[in-house]
Design a binder for this molecule. Structure first.
Ligand code: AMP
Ligand code: ZN
Ligand code: FE
Ligand code: FE
Length: 273
């Protein structure tokens, strides 16, 4: 029997507001039957989720979200069904997290140079044990009373091209795809609409991506149809989810609304056999 799968969710192990167990409880209430936890550069939530999943009857697909670069574009790649104990994968994730920390430090320095007295400690406190990202900086700026709104942090300071923007340490899509494959997983191009033109999309398909995230809050019904057609044309797999983070982002309403049939999860499993 098919159910609802949301294969793009963040927890406190990156820039999400809920712990894996809180997220699973929320998923159960929303009637989801499968989820994937896809934290940025971190798989710390997967063990906690796997332990609980059996209890509340939800299938948890092990996942991760990696950041890659094509030209100037920040291209996100989701890895599903990874063996998160793979040592090479973990070595890379540790490197990415270390570099994220250095980048947070550079952003804070830039903000200080703009007379915004944010401290690195205030940012790191919000990241906790998880990988630090710009959402932690935006949240810290709001909660420390330094700016008015979460969105303002991006539109004025830390968004792409803004004065306190800093690049992440980024690998190529090909490297990310290889890393995921070496850990036994399948790679998916995340939310392609956000930054990707047809040329970049073709490049990523040529690099050997296994699938495309077709369903995402940023995709209109027309875009969902568009990416579904590309999936069919290139014999790729399809994925989808809410990219839910919670907290200051105000995406509460999207929880439970963006999903794909669990039949797509079965197709992924068959592709791996
Ligand atoms: P990072 O991984 O540190 O680069 O942070 C990326 C996160 O910041 C993503 O989850 C985005 O949703 C969020 N983000 C990036 N740009 C914006 C923006 N202009 N407005 C709101 N959120 C953004
Ligand atoms: Zn995120
Ligand atoms: Fe993303
Ligand atoms: Fe995401």
């Amino acid at each position: 029997m098919d159910g609802k799968a949301d294969l793009h969710l963040h927890t406190t192990f990156s820039d999400g507001a809920l712990s894996p167990s809180e997220l699973l409880e929320r998923a159960r209430q929303a009637g989801l039957t499968a989820i994937s936890i896809t934290d940025h550069d971190h798989t710390g939530g997967l063990d906690e989720a796997a332990d609980l999943a059996g209890k509340n009857g939800i299938v948890v697909v092990p996942g991760v979200e990696l950041s890659t670069i094509v030209g100037e574009a920040d291209v996100h790649i989701l890895g599903y069904f990874i063996n998160h104990r793979d040592s090479r994968l973990q070595e890379y994730l540790e490197l990415f997290r270390k570099e994220r920390r250095k980048r947070a430090e550079r952003i804070v320095e830039k903000l200080n140079g703009m007379h915004i007295p944010l401290t690195l400690a205030a940012v790191l406190r919000r990241a906790g044990a998880g990988s630090v990202g710009r959402p932690h900086i935006a949240t810290a700026l709001v909660e420390e009373g330094l700016i008015g709104t979460y969105q303002e942090a991006f539109s004025k300071y830390i968004g792409f091209g803004k004065p306190a923007y800093e690049k992440k340490y980024l690998i190529s899509p090909r490297e990310a795809i290889a890393l995921v494959a070496a850990a036994g997983g399948l790679s998916f191009l995340a939310h392609p609409s956000t930054f990707i033109n047809e040329e970049v999309l073709q490049e990523i398909i040529d690099a050997g991506i296994d699938g495309i995230e077709v369903v995402h809050p940023s995709h209109s019904p027309e875009l969902v149809a568009h990416y579904s057609a590309i999936v069919s044309e290139y014999f790729l797999l399809a994925s989808g989810g809410s990219d839910f983070h919670g907290g200051k982002r105000n995406d509460r309403e999207s929880f439970g609304k963006y999903f794909i049939s669990t039949e797509y999860v079965d197709m992924m499993r068959r592709r791996l056999r």
